[in-house]
Ligand binder design. Structure first.
Ligand code: HEM
Length: 384
């Protein structure tokens, strides 16, 4: 999509798109302006579901109820209330407390992969890794982790429902929402069993309502799973496509943090945000009407030549690197520290365990999945 974005950014950075039924924004400054302005609302529940028929909407009500307090969907005081709790809970030291567990999960998955000469990076590592970690964060018992991974994937499809209300997918997503809500309800019903220092316990003690806590814990799962999967997959894919940069990293792993930033910039897992104008607003000289949708493209902003020197070059030591891959402003990703840590630890471990890692097929052509918001692939077959 990148040459297409370059053309749009140069000629029409605020562009009406029938496909998105909204304004597509491609320049860095304007993407930031939208993310900063309170005229643009994050309340997207209606947008997500206004393509469904009233019957379908009724059928989907368990999902809608769970999503009611997702921070990414909230504005104003509701957002502030939940965000304040998240900021207090999801601290750097909370993320750091997961380092050992992150290393353990990586080592276990890598040990299994090492038994084969060919594996699928997505299903053998990048998909189960963050799911196993979030299961642990939420206190999912060991015998339910496989169930948890499956519902997590089904629930993530919620973002696709607006553009592709496939009935089968909608059904699985619905079942997942019901199951995960039930699971969290049970978890919170016995607060004396909640582990001290766990996310559920901190949220329980925060004074939020049961509905708000269930919403927030579910959002963790949806926001923290496939985004991290894609960071890892896009990371290995991009490094293999740029062997000199990969070599540079293999010679000096102190570059790993900066490599993760460049991977996030170069192939941002979240391609675009979505907002709704709550009043008429002039953006880059174009009038956005109240009620219209705005779609700021992070991966277009991340290659804006006004901000990034030679943006289409992948340079693991790029500095400065003020990419927008975790968003900007009030909704800046709460899990950014954790995601960076997960990315750095897993990529370093993978590259060290498999120094000759390569595409299973020469000139690997990757099929990027068609997804409204994520830049993702279904599988990436590699040879050790
Ligand atoms: C919000 C990206 C990992 C939790 C966001 C937003 C982006 C983003 C772009 C802003 C959405 C908006 O403005 O509408 C990513 C990427 C990740 C990642 C690229 C991995 C590479 C995580 C993880 C967690 C997490 C691991 C937690 C376990 C959240 C939450 C929000 C959020 C709770 C909502 C914040 C709010 O609305 O105030 N993320 N994320 N994310 N992310 Fe992440």
């Amino acid at each position: 999509p990148y040459p297409h974005f370059d053309k749009l950014r140069a000629n029409e950075p605020v562009h009406w798109s029938e496909a998105f039924d909204g304004w597509v924004i491609t320049s860095y400054e304007l993407v930031k302006e939208v993310a900063m302005s309170s005229v643009f609302s994050s309340d997207k529940l209606n947008l997500l579901f206004n393509r469904l028929s009233p019957e379908q909407q009724k059928a989907m009500s368990p999902i809608l109820e769970n999503m009611r307090y997702w921070a990414i969907m909230l504005d104003g005081d509701d957002h502030k209330r939940i965000r304040t709790v998240l900021n207090k809970t999801f601290t750097t030291s909370f993320s750091e407390s997961m380092r050992r567990r992150i290393e353990e999960i990586c080592d276990e998955l890598i040990a299994e992969m090492a038994k084969k000469d060919e594996f699928d990076l997505v299903t053998d590592f990048a998909y189960p890794f963050p799911a196993t970690l979030i299961a642990w964060i939420l206190g999912v018992p060991d015998d339910k982790v496989d169930w948890f991974k499956a519902v997590s994937g089904d629930l993530s499809q919620v973002f696709n429902l607006a553009s592709n209300p496939d009935p089968e997918c909608a059904k699985r997503c619905l079942v997942a929402a019901v199951e995960i809500t039930e699971f969290l309800k049970k978890l919170l019903a016995t607060p004396e069993l909640l582990l001290e220092g766990s996310l559920a316990k901190s949220l329980f003690d925060s004074g939020l309502s049961e509905k708000e806590i269930i919403s927030t814990l579910t959002l963790m799962l949806v926001a923290g799973h496939e985004t991290t999967t894609q960071l890892i997959v896009n990371g290995i894919y991009t490094l293999l496509r740029h062997p000199n940069e990969k070599e540079k990293l293999m010679m000096d792993f102190s570059l790993i943090d900066s490599a993760v930033e460049e991977i996030l910039r170069f192939e941002s897992p979240v391609q675009n945000l979505a907002r709704v104008a709550t009043a008429d607003y002039i953006l880059g000289g174009v009038t956005i009407k109240k009620g219209q949708k705005v779609v700021p493209f992070i991966n277009a902003a991340n290659r804006d030549p006004q901000v990034f020197d030679h943006p289409s070059e992948f340079r693991i030591d790029r500095s400065p690197n003020k990419h927008l891959s975790f968003g900007f402003g009030k909704h800046l990703c709460t899990g950014a520290y954790l995601a960076r840590m997960e990315g750095a630890i897993s990529l370093e471990k993978l590259l060290k365990a498999f120094p000759h890692l390569r595409f299973a097929q020469k000139d690997q052509v990757v099929s990027w999945q068609k997804h409204v918001a994520f830049r993702q692939m279904e599988s990436l077959i590699l040879k050790a």
